[in-house]
Design a protein around this ligand. Structure first.
Ligand SMILES: Cc1cc2nc3c(=O)[nH]c(=O)nc-3n(C[C@H](O)[C@H](O)[C@H](O)COP(=O)(O)OP(=O)(O)OC[C@H]3O[C@@H](n4cnc5c(N)ncnc54)[C@H](O)[C@@H]3O)c2cc1C
Length: 419
């Protein structure tokens, strides 16, 4: 990117809006993401139609150094924290939902073992082990351009955080043997490594025994199965992975024993990282609607509709919803830290719920307001609508489970039971 010529970002359609305190690094990263955006948008229709993975977008991300976005600087990455990641991710989400959603899986594979893990308690031996292991993973990302996925879901209560994972890791000489199955594995066939959550195979195993292991895409015993022809987020290619006696060396551990469980308990905002994608989609739906009604969509007849009061009311309604969503999104990012107070945890659930539900609602309003011509496949709106529908389904913080947690945690303090 030519540093002398920054891209002019229209604040109305930016992630943070005007006058938000971004530091120099954040501004530079947003510029970088914006510079890639138009190419992502141009390719999005093809990936969606073919339900194929956006490899070219990943080449661009690699070239721009963004695969190392959340790798700490001392390991050669850009050192983005959760807030910086979220703003960059939402910027990508404005242009291609599937790229942003899969980029979430990759970026969090470095954010969690990186900056987040530094906040957690580890023994000196664990710290030493983690430092050695994560250096391997970060090196692959930064120097070799490797892409990591995060297949956690199994179709059981595990991905909702309510039961141990059924995929098992058995300790063997020099490493681990993995057996099990993961469903909805985004980046299936595209990732170089699959960061799998599994349970250590031992008596009386519980969620505390969760292990986070990077399995190479070409490992013996790993099979990718099932077709992929979903409603939305088609470019994520989220197929099924089967693991049969898959050996991985000790360095495959992305966090030491017990540390993933600690992260999930003490760093709850780690589960909000899917929402930036959908906030980006929400912005895109609003931007499309304004431009459509103003007759500014390229390739459309110059029919302006903005003079009708119903259109103005609809746009106002969308704007209010978008700003409500943005306010909670940014507040959630301000709150994100280890051991947040209870009110911040509940607000994170509320933010996730709001972003996922409002993104879909904004797309719904956009189609209703722009009308029949706007939902033709030649325009992005119907894809935004379908992609946005997936947000509320993402475990562990689905829209339903956010309500479930808010209701319970608002009415019960820790350890309280009814008589
Ligand atoms: C496009 C896309 C990409 C995805 N990519 C990935 C990925 O890369 N990695 C990954 O791990 N997963 C991924 N997922 C999976 C996703 O996170 C969910 O696991 C998946 O959608 C669950 O589908 P399900 O309906 O079978 O879930 P179910 O477990 O049947 O749950 C259905 C609904 O019931 C509710 N529910 C579930 N458990 C409970 C409970 N214990 N108590 C109360 N309510 C509950 C939830 O609201 C949930 O949405 C992806 C999903 C989609 C749609």
């Amino acid at each position: 990117m030519d540093a002398a010529k920054p891209i002019r970002i229209d604040p109305r359609y930016s992630v943070t809006g005007s006058n938000y305190p971004l530091d120099a690094k954040q501004r530079e990263l947003v510029q970088l993401a914006e510079s890639l955006g138009p190419s992502f948008a141009a390719r999005a229709e093809r990936y969606d139609r073919d339900a194929s993975f956006p490899f070219e977008n990943y080449d661009d991300l690699r070239q721009a150094g963004l695969l190392g976005l959340c790798v700490p600087e001392r390991f050669g990455g850009k050192g983005a924290d959760l807030r910086t990641y979220a703003i960059v991710s939402a910027t990508i989400g404005k242009y291609c939902g599937a790229t942003a959603l899969t980029f979430n899986m990759h970026a969090c594979s470095t954010l969690w073992p990186g900056i987040l893990a530094d906040d957690l308690d580890m023994t000196e031996a664990q710290k030493k082990e983690h430092e050695t292991h994560r250096a391997v993973h970060f090196e692959r990302v930064v120097r070799q351009g490797a892409v990591y996925a995060q297949p956690f879901s199994e179709g059981s209560a595990a991905a909702a955080g309510k039961a141990p994972f059924g995929t098992l890791a058995t300790k063997v000489e020099g490493g681990w043997s993995i057996n099990g199955k993961k469903i909805f594995a985004s980046l299936a066939g595209a990732a170089h490594y699959y960061g799998v959550l599994c349970t250590e195979d031992k008596p009386d195993r519980s969620m505390r025994d969760t292990l986070y292991m990077a399995v190479p895409g070409d490992a013996a015993g790993l099979t990718i199965t099932g077709d992929w022809d979903p409603l939305g987020m088609r470019g994520t290619v989220s197929r099924t992975l089967l693991f049969k006696d898959v050996f991985v060396p000790d360095e495959a551990q992305m966090m030491p024993r017990g540390v993933y469980f600690q992260a999930a308990s003490r760093w709850p905002h780690m589960f909000t990282t899917l929402s930036p994608t959908y906030f980006g989609i929400a912005i895109a739906a609003y931007e499309f609607t304004v431009k459509y009604l103003r007759g500014e969509i390229p390739g459309m007849p110059p029919v302006k509709r903005r003079m009708y009061p119903t259109k103005q009311i609809a746009v106002a309604e969308m704007y209010v919803k978008l700003e409500q969503t943005r306010a909670l999104f940014l507040r959630m990012l301000d709150d994100a830290r280890v051991d947040p107070p209870k009110d911040a945890r509940l607000r994170a659930y509320a933010a996730q719920y709001t972003i996922m539900e409002n993104a879909n609602d904004l797309c719904r309003l956009a189609i209703r307001t722009c009308g029949g011509q706007s939902m033709l496949k030649s325009l992005p709106l119907e894809r935004l609508y379908r992609d946005s529908r997936c947000g509320a389904l993402m475990l562990p913080w689905t829209a339903e489970l956010c309500l479930d947690r808010i209701g319970r945690e608002a009415l019960y303090e820790h350890g309280e039971v009814d008589d």
